[in-house]
Design a protein around this ligand. Structure first.
Ligand SMILES: Nc1ncnc2c1ncn2[C@@H]1O[C@H](COP(=O)(O)OP(=O)(O)OP(=O)(O)O)[C@@H](O)[C@H]1O
Ligand SMILES: [Mg+2]
Length: 255
């Protein structure tokens, strides 16, 4: 059984058909890429999957369960985390606090606990900090835990966002253009980071425009065009596919 099966997903915004009958599977443990020209529906696909809004048609089956249209925090609780296309770190709080925010859906403390259960609350807080520090260590950010997020270099801020997304131990991590704005060195760090996450058992779904990056990181790639699935294959198959080259660069183009 696939970790995720997207079945005939469609999404309309008024008269705009953003997604049309998109079906794909994500296998446990893989790094899968999604590419496609601007406006082809990539972000809409993960917005639907992560519960930002519901698809107009179709179903998402995750771990055998129909999660279509559930609220975003419920979907996060089931093990799907994401980052956004535009950078969303909180610039004026610390690096550690930025990661702790990602644990809010897993922390089970009532107001009663806060007022009367000091021991329980302190224990949970300590565990949360330890977990956040473990995640920061993977991104080589542990030594900067007390720095304000805005004082990190741009590439590290993007890694920090991913740290926040993985601190809740997701099964599936969705990344929307994580390379945007990065220099080549930062991209290499990101690629290493994603491979470490895969070794830790996280399945990774990456949307990306940067071809060098996606072709080196993804094991399988789905191509969207005009809201429909256009092609699917290994990086080598996609790179050499004349029709895919054509939708990007015209008939003479190369990826
Ligand atoms: N909230 C919305 N309301 C109306 N139309 C929308 C909305 N979100 C997306 N669209 C439209 O749906 C289509 C797909 O957009 P989407 O953002 O998913 O594309 P994308 O593949 O992520 O593009 P890019 O590579 O530029 O990020 C576009 O035509 C877009 O204008
Ligand atoms: Mg997008």
């Amino acid at each position: 059984m696939s970790l995720l099966a997207a079945k005939t997903i469609g999404k309309k915004f008024g008269g705009v058909i953003a997604l049309n009958d998109v079906s794909l599977n994500v296998e446990q443990g893989e790094i899968i890429g999604m590419i496609g020209p601007n406006g082809s529906g990539k972000t809409t696909f993960i917005n639907n999957l992560s519960g930002l809004y519901a698809p107009t048609t179709g179903q998402f089956i995750f771990n055998g369960e129909n999660i279509t249209g559930l609220a975003a925090h419920v979907i996060t609780g089931k093990g799907i985390s994401r980052t956004f296309q535009n950078l969303r770190v909180f610039p004026n709080i610390s690096v550690l606090e930025n990661v702790l925010i990602g644990l809010h859906c897993r922390i089970d403390v009532s107001l009663w606990d806060v007022y009367f259960g000091f021991v329980k609350t302190r224990k949970i807080e300590k565990q949360a900090r330890e977990k956040a520090m473990d995640v920061l260590a993977i991104a080589d950010l542990a030594s900067r835990k007390n720095d304000l997020a805005k004082n990190l270099p741009y590439g590290k801020q993007r890694l920090l966002e991913i740290c926040r997304a993985i601190v809740s131990d997701p099964h599936l991590l969705l990344l929307d253009e994580p390379c945007a704005g990065m220099n080549p060195v930062e991209m290499d760090d990101l690629a290493k980071f994603i491979r470490i996450l895969q070794k830790k058992g996280i399945t990774v779904f990456v949307i990306e425009h940067n071809m060098r990056f996606i072709m080196s990181v993804a094991e399988r790639i789905v191509v969207l065009a005009n809201g429909s699935k256009f092609q699917e294959g290994t990086p080598a198959q996609i790179q050499n596919d004349k029709k895919v080259q054509a939708i990007y660069l015209g008939d003479e183009g190369e990826l």
